[in-house]
Every structure is written in C-alpha cells, then in structure tokens.
Write a new protein. Structure first.
Length: 559
C-alpha cells in the first residue's frame, strides 16, 4: 500500500511500508508520476479522502484501487464526519472534544510550536492548524502527512479485525474505498443525455422555454386552470396540501392526505383527480427537472453531472445530487447512448429478501432464493397468493405489521423463524437506542432521541419508529454493501472493453459500452454478480439474480 497526499498549490508526497519510506513530489509532476506508478505497480493507494482521487482524475489518472481512510472510518464508526483529526482521535480512543486553533488577540499570547513539522500534539491529538486552509505546507510537512496517512490505514486494518469477521473485513473496506473511486468517476464523467430530446420532453409537459418571468407565471396559471376548471374553487393554491384537501372535499372526495398513492386510489372518482395527478407530473418537471435544471447540470458535451457519494451517512447507500437518483421516468428517453455505443443495464432482482436470507442464515428462506421469483415459493409455503407473500416479506423488513399481509406475516414467523428473529433483534436494538452493525461491519447509529416520560405515548411511538429503522437498516445496509461490491467489481473488469459505469441507481447499474462489446459486457455483469456473491456472502446458499439487457436509451429497459 502506498500513501499519497496532494495539496494544491503546495505539492505532494508519497509514503509506503507503513510510512517508513517517503519522499516529496513537486506539484507539476504529480500526475505523471502517479500514472507511471499505477501502470507499473498498480498499488493500493492510501488517501485521506476522495479529494485526492478527484485531483488525480483532473490530472487524467484513473487508479485501479485505493484505501480511502474517510470511507473506511464511516464503516467503522458510522455517521458522516471523518476529517483526519476526528479519525485519528477515534482510532486512538481519545475523547471526542477535538482541539481547535486558538485565537490570538490583545489578551492572549501566541505560543511557539517547538516542533512545527510534527502533526501530533503531546496529548495525542492532531494539531488543528494542520487542517486549516492557509496552513504553511513545506516538503517536510507533506512527507510527514503522507506517513501519517499510512499509519492511520494500518490502525484501521487492526480496528476492522476487532469489530467484524477477520476474513471479510479487509474485503468490505476495500470495496467501500473503491466505491469512492467510482463516485469520483461518476461525478467527473457524467450521464450521456441528449439535450434536444430532453428539452422536447420538458416542453411536452410545461410548454416552450419561457423568455421572461411573466411568461413563466402565465404558463403556471394555465396549468393550474386545467385542474381548477373541474371545481368551483378558482383561487385554490394547488401547491398547498391543505387547500388541495379542501378542493377534493368540494367534489365529494375525502382523503387523509394528498399523496400520490392516496390520489391514485380514487383516480376514477372524478375528472379533477386525474387532472391533479397529471398536473403534479408537469409541476415536478417545471420546478425541479425543467429548463433551469438542464442549464445547470447538462454540459455542452452532452453529459449530465451531479456529485456522487458512496455513503449516505446512515446505512451506507450511494447517493447523488442533480436529480440523478430521482429523475422522473418521463425523462429517461432523453438518456441516450453516444454514437457507436450502447447501454448495458442490469437490475438486481428481489435483492432485499435475498440479502435477508444471506445475512440471517435462514436456510429455509435461502432455499426460496433458488427460484428466479423467490416470492412464489414463499407464497406456496404460506398458503397465500404471491402478492400477499410479497407484502408480508417487505412488511417484515420495514416493520409494517398491520394491513394487507399482516396474517401472512405471522406465517413468516413460523416458516422462517431464523430470518424473523434476526429482524426482531435489530428492532429491539433500535427501540432502546443500541447501535447495530450490518453483516459487513458498518456501524449504524441508533441513539434514542425520544422525549417525554418513559412509557408515554410519544416515547413509545418514537421507540417503535427507531425499531422499524433498525430492522430496515440491517437489510438496507447489507444490500448497499453487496451492491457496491458488485459495482466495483464491474468497474474493475469493464475497462478491458472500454466500458464505464455511468449510473448507479439503488440496485441498478447502467454501463456505457462501445456497441461492438455490448453483449460481452452484458455477460460480464452476470459474471461479476457471481464473483461479488462469492466475496460478500458467507456461503453459497443464496442465489442472486439480475435482469440484464443491452439498450440504446434508458427508457428501453423493461422496468
């Protein structure tokens, strides 16, 4: 492992063999040197965080693997804050109150540092000034910072072995680190999108691009009128849920809320409801995914860019800005592969119940995963239809114990007691605020935030909510780990076909591939899924499946 630090405007340094060998690098040659080292040695680069990987990308260097200190620390201790001073303190068991740079004024005297090239204070903390933007870097300090990165990585490896399966710990940490590399590349490369096609879609919902704010306001008024003409409340504000409930009440429709699911249930009751649902689609396009969105995020090279993160700070799911994770399905026809390219899309099938079968070690549930549609054998086991079995399984993982599927849920407890006990234990931990760890070792913080007297209604409600979060986090977190192992395996193998991942959407991968390699990469994604399962799962009892297709537009996929 080789530690690299880069400080723009100051230079860089490299350290290896636990920091025992190190040297400074002049800023102008960092990219060239890193490129040669990557080509000849393919080391695992130790970096403090993704900023170093991003800087290498800007220099045209794509590294194959790394140890991202910030990413590994999020796995170890949960949460999001992982600056070097905090990581160092946590790994050394120091109190969480970190020192800060002392302000010097008329009433205080600056104290000279007897060893300004040493970043560690006498009390064991890192010196806070080393993290300041205006810190006076020197070659000696850059070298010491690289050495410290190497030492920190070694401490993390030891810590991982103490909290998770010693055999699997390094593998999960490496996957989390590689996911940071992938996110840096996703942020840099962007998603192929045809501007003309996108603007045509936006126009079909909200009209042509307005030239003035007055014109935009008039277009909003006309969209509103299409809904309000069905009722006798012409001044109703459709953007106000309370007023929309009153509008619905005026036509004889009483609903507990105005969510899309509630409206869909009464869509055929009155023309206004259908008009309101259509208005909402147009409103979402106009306000969130309209012309301004395209202008801000779609570059002149036809790539839609946002900022990707490999961990949401909770259960560890990948996230993205710029609407990349919640783009309306109506805009997918504008996501088009570039000339002489195709997309290979792969979507994991029924991933959460398969993950539950794996992490819980429930052999009966694992047996159900051998079928392409695992809900079918579950339904047979419970003596219910498939739809009810699906609701029951999802309800068990999300803590939904009432409504449709509740009776079947009781059947699950008899048919799959090991899996249900696994979820119940996570639920109990959540209720009392006890942190949980996913199967791959991620700490999910469950600090109880309930107020009021113990046992009162508010406290019980909060405890129940945290219990539901706990049981879901154990499945969602493990599913996120598995997905990232699969994604980084694809990233590693796809380069041989000049293919790159351009989107990671929950359980779905979209890979941009030269047309001549489309089917080869489709086969590769299946192979990588099997490889990911071997690395991530404890045994081979659970079967993981994916729907893989070669398409030209994202909308060409079946789901």
């Amino acid at each position: 492992m080789l530690a690299l630090v880069i400080v723009p405007g100051a230079g860089a340094a490299i350290a290896f063999d636990g920091g025992r060998h190190s040297w400074p690098i002049a800023e102008g040659v960092v990219g060239d040197l890193a490129r040669r080292i990557e080509a000849e040695l393919r080391p695992r680069w130790i970096v403090w965080d993704r900023a170093t990987s991003t800087q290498l990308l800007h220099d045209g260097v794509r590294v194959s693997k790394c140890w991202d200190i910030a990413a590994v620390q999020r796995l170890l201790v949960g949460g999001w804050r992982t600056d070097p001073a905090r990581v160092w303190a946590e790994l050394h068991g120091l109190p969480a109150e970190l020192p800060v740079v002392a302000e010097v004024d008329l009433f205080t005297v600056a104290v000279d540092d007897p060893d300004p090239d040493e970043p560690v204070r006498a009390d064991g903390y890192l010196k806070p000034e080393w993290l300041e933007r205006d810190f006076a870097w020197t070659s000696a300090r850059l070298v010491r910072w690289a050495e410290l990165a190497a030492q920190t990585a070694a401490l993390q490896i030891d810590a991982l072995a103490r909290v998770v399966d010693r055999r699997r710990a390094p593998s999960i940490a490496r996957a989390e680190s590689a996911a940071e590399l992938l996110c840096a590349e996703l942020s840099n490369d962007g998603l192929p999108m045809d501007r003309e096609a996108a603007e045509d879609i936006v126009s079909s919902f909200v009209g042509p691009r307005p030239r003035t704010e007055a014109e935009a306001a008039e277009m909003r008024r006309r969209r509103d009128t299409e809904v309000l003409r069905h009722a006798s409340m012409p001044n109703c504000d459709l953007r106000n849920p309370a007023q929309v409930k009153s509008l619905l009440r005026s036509i004889g429709v009483e609903l507990p809320d105005t969510r899309a699911r509630s409206l869909e249930s009464v869509r055929d009751s009155h023309p206004l409801v259908d008009a309101l649902l259509e208005w909402r689609k147009a409103e979402r396009i106009a306000t969130t995914f309209g012309y301004a969105w395209l202008d801000e995020h779609l570059g002149g090279d036809g790539r839609l860019r946002g900022t990707w993160t490999a961990c949401d700070g909770a259960a560890g799911r990948m996230t993205a800005s710029a609407g990349l994770h919640n783009m309306p399905a109506q805009l997918r026809p504008a996501v088009i592969a570039e000339r002489d390219h195709v997309f290979v899309r792969a979507d994991l099938g029924q991933i959460e119940p398969r993950i539950l079968a794996s992490v819980s070690g429930d052999r009966a549930l694992a047996a159900a995963t051998q079928r392409d549609d695992m809900y079918a054998p579950v339904a047979e086991q419970l003596g219910v239809d498939r739809a009810t079995a699906k609701v029951a399984v999802l309800g068990a993982m999300y803590g939904q114990t009432t409504g449709h599927g509740a009776a079947a849920l009781r059947g699950l407890e008899k048919a799959y007691p090991v899996a249900m006990r696994y979820l119940d234990e996570a639920d109990r931990s959540g209720q009392v605020g006890r942190d949980v760890r996913t199967d791959g070792g991620r700490l999910v913080r469950m600090a109880f935030t309930g107020r009021g007297e113990p046992g009162d209604r508010e406290s019980r409600s909060r405890a129940a909510a945290q219990g539901r979060y706990g049981r879901n986090a154990m499945v969602q977190g493990a599913a996120a780990e598995f997905f990232k192992v699969w994604a980084v395996t694809v990233r590693s193998r796809a380069g041989a076909f000049d293919a790159r991942i351009v989107l990671c959407l929950h359980d779905e991968l979209l890979v941009h591939v030269p047309s001549r390699h489309g089917q080869q990469v489709a086969d590769l994604l299946e192979q990588c899924l099997a490889e990911a399962a071997r690395h991530w799962a404890r045994d081979e009892s659970v079967r993981f499946v994916a729907d893989v297709s070669v398409i030209e537009r994202w909308s060409d996929s079946k789901s």
